[in-house]
Design a protein around this ligand. Sequence first.
Ligand code: CO8
Length: 338
Amino acid sequence: MRRISDGCNWPKRRRRKLFPAVFNPELNLSLSQDEMALRAALRNKCVLSGLLSQRSSCSSHGRVFASPVLAAQRRNNSTSPKIDVDFDQSTGVAVMRLQSPPVNSLSLEFLTELCIGVEKLEMDKSCRGLIITSSQPKVFSAGLDITEMYGKSPERCGEFWRAVQEMWLKLYGSNMITIAAINGSSPAGGCLMSMTCDYRIMADNPRYSIGLNETQLGIVAPFWFMDTMKNTLGHRTTEVALQLGLLYNPSEALKIGLVDQLVPEDQILTTAKQTMTKWLAIPDHARAITKSMMRKPTIDKLTSNREADIKYFVNFITKDSIQKSLGMYMEMLKKRRG
Ligand code: CO8
């Protein structure tokens, strides 16, 4: 294995694989000074990869501590184009707002910002809780950006899928208390993101829906999407939900345990903060170890099959028949709008 000269034990090739968008100058992401600083630190010190390795090796020991360089940088609340993070030092709770119009669909760029945002909070030992919500009206997240999976090269599809995996690994494996304040529809990848959280509060509006609807697009939810749902709902309910690609309204979602609580939309954030206070009363160390023990087998299953999962995704998504299904689905979305 080739070693790099900046003191990091990870070879450069591995770092690129773990967080490719950071190393891809062609993506031309618009970054805040904070992200630029993080990326610079990343290049120089291999902080993120180091953390990723630390977290996977010591996730059962509670929180991960940051380097002093980054600790100084992250004191400022970060605001990036697609996510807005408001960290309240006095409570130790951050509110992350997804703000990628029109529907918070998860593009490679968005996923990269999201991962950086979560990573920064994860590294801050004063941040104990994260509430994820949406700034977009009526939509929490429309799931994966379909345009990232349609008509793209296998290389680009692979890079996109790695970022999807990274988002899931970061959120499902987070040491922080995570609460999804679902203030709009949350299909597919949006539902997955919600399910990574420790607690889900949804706005009680019958127009909103949540679920893994992949089969309706002619695609198959990967095993780790399925596992996350199984861990939330149990095997039987998941089997029916996935085969039929069901989207549930808030009452139905509450009934099957896909969300934990329904509240009027204007109370969603207050309720999330109140719930967070209850969770914060539990000693962090004990709670985080418990969470890690519950989730580790599911996380390990993906981490040990990551490359195979990417290969499978790329082969699957680039098939003519699947591309045709996605094309038709996108047309249907547009027509529905018209
Ligand atoms: N990706 C890209 N664009 C999207 C997406 C999306 N997921 N969802 C909506 N859009 C676009 C629409 O096409 C529309 O574009 P335009 O303005 O150009 O016409 C615009 O966003 C606004 O959409 P709507 O008018 O439909 O907005 P509404 O507020 O009426 O509805 C919804 C919002 C409910 C979110 C609705 O847009 C919707 O149902 N979207 C589709 C959601 C969906 O099916 N997502 C599935 C994505 S696939 C996924 O997440 C997991 C894939 C796993 C792959 C595994 C393979 C092995």
